[in-house]
Design a protein around this ligand. Structure first.
Ligand code: APR
Length: 174
């Protein structure tokens, strides 16, 4: 029995509505908000989120930082900064992989049971969706194979292209 079977779930929708222990934000290095899922999370969480983010001193690409979720149904927000796609020769794959690893590590350290990821870097940052989804599933499956926490990871897709890509990858077996 795979240690990860059933622990990675695929869903469509808005990550700000999920009652999981932590949602992951696709942030930028300032951690001071933006558009896309970053903007949606800050709008839903309320101004206290930005106030806490201001105390964090930013975040390097590939790294993750934790805040409370405030008005979100999720108790925590894990802010991670994905790579901007520049053609693939500037370490983008490894930076994206690091986003998943560092976010999962923060959740595991707090023994969180459930967390949800958006498709990091697949919007404004322009990372090719099939390549990004393959990295995400590979890194999440590898992490869960070595850790009981989090018990479950939700891949939350706002758009159909990302959902379909994850569906194909997961159907091929992790
Ligand atoms: N719930 C889940 N996923 C969402 C939501 C949402 N409410 N809104 C957008 N998404 C999806 C997008 O469709 C995309 O697949 O999140 C994925 C990541 O897209 P972006 O939010 O554009 O993030 P990213 O590509 O990592 O770019 C980060 O954008 O918003 C700014 O401040 C952010 O500068 C940073 C950059």
């Amino acid at each position: 029995m795979s240690a990860t079977r059933g622990r990675i779930r695929l869903t469509r929708g808005d990550i700000t509505e999920l009652p999981v222990d932590a949602i992951v934000n696709a942030a930028n290095p300032t951690l001071l908000g933006g558009g896309g899922v970053d903007g949606a999370i800050h709008r839903a969480a309320g101004p206290e989120l930005l106030a806490e983010c201001r105390t964090l001193g930013g975040c390097l690409p590939g790294q993750s930082k934790l805040t409370r979720g405030y008005r979100l149904p999720a108790a925590w927000v894990i802010h991670t900064v994905g790579p901007i796609w520049r053609g693939g020769d500037e370490g983008e794959d490894e930076t994206l992989a690091s986003c998943y690893r560092t976010a999962l590590t923060l959740a595991a350290e707090r023994r969180l049971a459930t967390m949800a990821f958006p498709a990091i870097s697949c919007g404004v940052y322009g990372f090719p969706v099939p390549r990004a989804c393959a990295i995400a599933v590979r890194e999440i499956a590898a992490f869960l194979g070595g850790s009981p926490h989090p018990a479950r990871v939700d891949l939350v897709c706002f758009d159909a292209e990302v959902y379909e890509e994850y569906r194909k990858i997961l159907a091929a077996g992790v």
